[in-house]
Write a protein that binds this ligand. Structure first.
Ligand code: ASP
Length: 353
């Protein structure tokens, strides 16, 4: 389905070269690259519709934060200006090429990626899995746009740059850092539709906190697994289980050519009889099926062995997705399948990490 061809990679690099801008050049300061992709952080309220629309370039964003020039030399790359609901794995793949290229420069200490918050948790996780560089990459956005009485974007960007320069924070890989709290890309979730304190990491806890220009570390987080960007991303769809679900959507996905399925089960990873039979059908057709849960905390587990219980699903060849969200499990499956499609054991191992 999705071809990440060399043309796009080339286009990404061209984009990278074309949109470079330098905000300060002080030899005693570290250099941080800010890559803008869009979202509320780059929006203003349209007086005609009263709705939030894309309005700010990367230059506009940094000009709103005068103290940034005391913290770091800033380079800006305008990658895109789209709402994050319009992001696709292919755009994210292209973004990874651009981020890695920017971090290749030995003078660059880290990168900040501005992104809409709706799909930021998945976008950051995609980066965590695919970036070659181990330098810090901080995802940041805003819940209030630049027309709001108190926009949160400028302070979030300043904190993200402080984090990218901080030695305290250098081993965390990709994070989502909003409202002073630092979350690992793997564990973070958006939890509130309209509040500035929307991202958290559930039971795993925050990695740290930023205040008065300093990062305080709460937790270590070894950098996660890495998967090289494949040439082609397979078509993977997600289907939810619910009371009375009849498995129709799973069968439909299989007949329409999906290459992988993520089924968001209930509880510890259980589905009803009809869904179970549809999953058996998919597995019978050679389609890998990963089971996640709609429950906020905890992992899927092989506890129940009645019709559609997690233990039976595992016995049938379904892969238990641990505590990954459904959207993140889909990305992990998309990125892994090109390498391990026919190696069930390896696929199981990837979802255990
Ligand atoms: N609609 C926005 C987006 O995800 C929400 C935000 O940025 O906060 O792009």
């Amino acid at each position: 389905m999705k071809r990440i061809n060399s043309v796009l990679a080339f286009f990404g690099v061209l984009l990278f070269c074309a949109s470079l801008a330098l905000a300060a050049n002080k030899p005693n300061l570290p250099t941080v690259v800010i890559i803008t992709t869009g979202g509320t952080i780059a929006e203003k309220t349209d007086p005609n519709t009263g709705g939030s629309v894309p309005a700010l370039s990367g230059k506009d964003l940094i000009e709103a934060i005068p103290s940034l020039s005391k913290t770091a030399n800033i380079k800006v790359i305008n990658f895109s200006n789209i709402d994050s609901s319009q992001m696709t794995p292919q755009i994210w793949a292209n973004l990874s090429v651009v981020v890695d290229k920017a971090l290749d420069d030995p003078k660059v200490k880290g990168a900040v990626v501005t992104h809409g918050t709706d799909t930021m948790a998945e976008g950051a996780y995609f980066r965590d899995l695919t970036l070659k560089s181990r330098k810090p990459v901080v995802f940041v956005g805003a819940m209030r746009n630049a027309s709001d009485v108190s926009p949160d974007g400028p302070a979030n960007i300043l904190n993200a740059v402080i984090q990218a320069c901080s030695d305290e924070a250098k081993d965390w890989g990709v994070t989502v850092t909003m409202n002073q709290y630092i979350n690992s890309a793997r564990d973070v979730r958006k939890t509130q539709t309209s509040n500035v304190q929307t991202f958290n990491s559930g039971e795993k806890g925050y990695l740290g906190y930023i205040a008065m220009g300093k990062v305080t570390k709460f937790n270590n987080r070894p950098q996660g697994q890495k998967i090289p960007l494949p040439d082609k991303l397979p078509d993977v769809v997600t289907v939810s289980a619910y009371a009375g679900a009849d498995g129709r959507l799973i069968r439909c996905a299989v007949t329409s050519g999906t290459e992988g399925l993520v089924v968001e089960a209930v509880g510890a990873g259980n589905v009803n009889k009809d869904m179970f039979e549809a999953i058996q059908y998919a597995i019978g057709k050679g389609i890998p099926v990963v089971i996640t849960t709609s429950v906020y905390h905890g992992s899927v587990m092989p506890v129940y062995a009645d019709q559609g219980g997690g233990a039976l699903l595992m016995k049938e060849g379904a892969i238990l997705g641990g505590d990954l969200t459904t959207a993140k499990a889909r990305l992990l499956l998309m990125l892994s399948l090109p390498y391990v499609k026919d190696d069930h054991k390896k696929l199981v191992g990837i979802f255990k990490r």
